[in-house]
Design a binder for this molecule. Structure first.
Ligand SMILES: CC(C)(COP(=O)(O)OP(=O)(O)OC[C@H]1O[C@@H](n2cnc3c(N)ncnc32)[C@H](O)[C@@H]1OP(=O)(O)O)[C@@H](O)C(=O)NCCC(=O)NCCS
Length: 165
């Protein structure tokens, strides 16, 4: 049985999510981005009120690994994955896969025809493995740094309708 479980985000999760956000960028994304780029990216959590608003303003799930919050991910509008971050201490144990699978199912249930995300170079192999395809490369300005990411999209099957027989 998977040791990962999911639940909806609560406002009391904000500080833990900000810690995971910074640590995952500094320790995991640093394989693909420079120290200055990671610092500019991690600084997006410095305004704690705005960070918490971004999480509570979307459909955000947190993942528990062996009972502790180990990651989080959010779905904006019907079909855009906004955030996906995993505690480096719990990396490569399927935490992001569980979060992403759940958000794809929720987007399907919301009637979305596809689900899309601007994906970091670190997360790209994960998204490819889950059936997302690259649409275009982007350069995003954060602070004084430019960071590359890739818009990726997965086409969704129509949700099954149990009453349609
Ligand atoms: C990208 C990230 C969310 C992945 O989280 P994770 O819980 O470790 O991912 P999973 O364990 O579900 O990985 C599943 C598969 O995806 C691929 N994958 C995940 N992380 C990878 C990495 N850093 N490099 C290469 N492949 C990776 C692998 O195929 C992996 O399977 P394996 O471990 O059996 O080889 C995490 O590394 C992270 O938080 N990175 C920093 C922030 C970031 O880039 N967020 C994404 C914003 S779009």
């Amino acid at each position: 049985m998977s040791r990962v479980s999911l639940r909806p985000y609560l406002p009391s999760d904000a500080a833990r999510c900000a810690t995971i956000f910074r640590a995952s960028i500094e320790e995991l994304a640093s394989e693909d981005y420079s120290a200055d780029q990671c610092a500019a990216w991690a600084a997006s959590a410095d305004d704690e009120i705005a960070f918490a608003k971004r999480l509570s303003g979307a459909l955000t799930l947190v993942a528990l690994f062996e009972g502790d919050v180990a990651g989080f991910a959010s779905l904006k509008a019907a079909n855009a994955i906004d955030m996906l971050y995993v505690d480096p201490a719990c990396a490569r144990r399927g935490v992001a896969t569980s979060l992403l699978d759940a958000l794809v199912k929720l987007a399907t249930a919301r009637g979305a025809k596809d689900v899309t995300s601007d994906v970091s170079d670190t997360a790209r192999p994960l998204f490819e493995r889950l059936g997302f395809r690259a649409d275009r490369r982007n350069l995003v300005e954060l602070g004084h740094e430019w960071l590359a990411n890739t818009t990726m999209t997965k086409r969704l099957a129509a949700p099954s309708n149990p009453s349609a027989h």
